[in-house]
Ligand binder design. Structure first.
Ligand code: UDP
Length: 236
């Protein structure tokens, strides 16, 4: 597969065309941003860990019946994925209160929910990714009703799989964000990444945060947290 021109550069990844019109290459960077790009920094080695962790989990999710964009890991930072048009919704699942949920509803972090929750944000940097409900997303033609139902089904299946897999590594899955894409034939697949950038991971025993909150909240040892997650999940 031949890497061609850069199509796009996002906050944490670059995307390149290939000689196959249905395949693109994602290239994971060490750049980190938070609060809609207001806080910027570098987390050394993050791109390698996020690439490898995402691919590991996407391979397993495919086996568990969730279709994904994953094709082939090409190098430490580069992966070939199916070309999709991203559904402009951030899909957030929560098992425990934290972050914007705790702030929005004026509750402490760490409340364990009886059932996981799901919410959507409209992916739009100019608007600051506002919270959106199903009806509004359908009205704005961001996705059809059927696509949203399928996305919800996949998102809860990802939660069941991730919660179990992480618990085996001594990690509590607090919450996470997913993005879905559409192939040219309309098939919905899981896209983007699953990493400490996009999930909250707490150590089961100590409650220590092992995710991007260490960067967002200036907790220190940010690199160490990413490395610890790689060690627990990938054995390296
Ligand atoms: N999240 C993300 N990208 C975003 C917003 C949230 O990956 O643009 C992830 C975040 O890492 C956390 C979950 O989604 O695991 C829920 O985030 P929350 O809504 O609490 O927002 P935050 O507190 O991060 O602003």
């Amino acid at each position: 597969m031949q890497k061609k021109e850069q199509l796009y550069e996002g906050k944490a990844k670059k995307v390149f065309a290939t000689d196959d019109p249905n395949i693109v290459i994602v290239d994971y960077k060490d750049d980190a941003t938070a609060f809609n790009g207001v806080k910027k920094g570098t987390i050394s080695g993050k791109g390698i860990i996020n690439n490898q962790m995402t691919n590991h989990l996407m391979r397993k999710l495919e086996e568990a019946g969730v279709p994904t964009h994953f094709v082939e890991e090409l190098s430490e930072r580069e992966t070939a994925v199916k070309k999709v048009s991203i559904v402009p919704l951030e899909v957030i699942i929560r098992n425990i209160s934290a972050g914007s949920f705790a702030k929005r509803y004026g509750v402490e972090e760490g409340i364990v929910f009886d059932e996981p929750t799901i919410e959507f944000s409209y992916k739009n940097d100019d608007l600051g990714d506002p919270l959106i409900n199903d009806y509004h997303a359908i009205a704005l033609k961001l996705a059809t009703k059927e696509e949203i139902e399928l996305i919800k089904k996949y998102a809860f299946a990802v939660n069941d799989f991730l919660k179990k897999t992480l618990l085996e590594c001594g990690i509590t899955l607090v919450d996470f964000k997913l993005e879905f894409g559409k192939l040219s034939d309309g098939t919905i697949v899981l896209a983007d990444e699953i990493s400490p950038d996009t999930c909250r991971f707490w150590d089961v025993k100590t409650g220590e945060k092992l995710d991007k909150d260490r960067f967002r909240r200036d907790l220190g040892n940010v690199e160490g947290a990413y490395q610890e997650m790689a060690r627990r999940l990938l054995g390296k």
